[in-house]
Design a protein around this ligand. Sequence first.
Ligand code: IDP
Ligand code: MG
Length: 153
Amino acid sequence: MSELERTFVMVKPDGVQRGLIGEIVSRFEDRGLKLVAGKVMQIDDELAREHYAEHVDKPFFDDLSSFITSGPVFAMVWEGQAAVAQVRTMMGETDPADSAPGTIRGDFGLDLGRNVIHGSDTEEGSAAREINLFFDADELQDYERIDEPWLYE
Ligand code: IDP
Ligand code: MG
């Protein structure tokens, strides 16, 4: 087995309202990723600015901030081999219109501004920064899944 990673994932307000939490959690569970934290929560303007710091000066930021603060999200941390990249692959492209069927955005979205899910990007440090932004250390669980010997060589 190569190195285990943790990544921050979030069902956005559209996904929560559309009842997609269970479907999305199932996909990651079925893949073999391990859920180490999860909570329903509301993002405020300050957290939106921190989380999307790289986009604060972009023309779409105000719409993005209004959307992400518009209702509850389901924030999660998933762990597994190459978890950051695997989650990004399972999510599809940023624009659901460019996302392949079989991906989350390709199966559940049509519009760039309503793309259902967030997952940390693969840039070094992104996942750790986002995990720390949304969760306290004592909210992250260390445990073994019973199928781990069958998931990893
Ligand atoms: P990602 O979510 O695939 O990592 P980012 O480029 O980090 O994509 O953008 C963050 C979020 O901002 C996207 O998921 C999407 O909701 C929104 N977004 C990105 N680009 C645009 C745009 O050009 N117009 C409107 N919203 C955008
Ligand atoms: Mg991003």
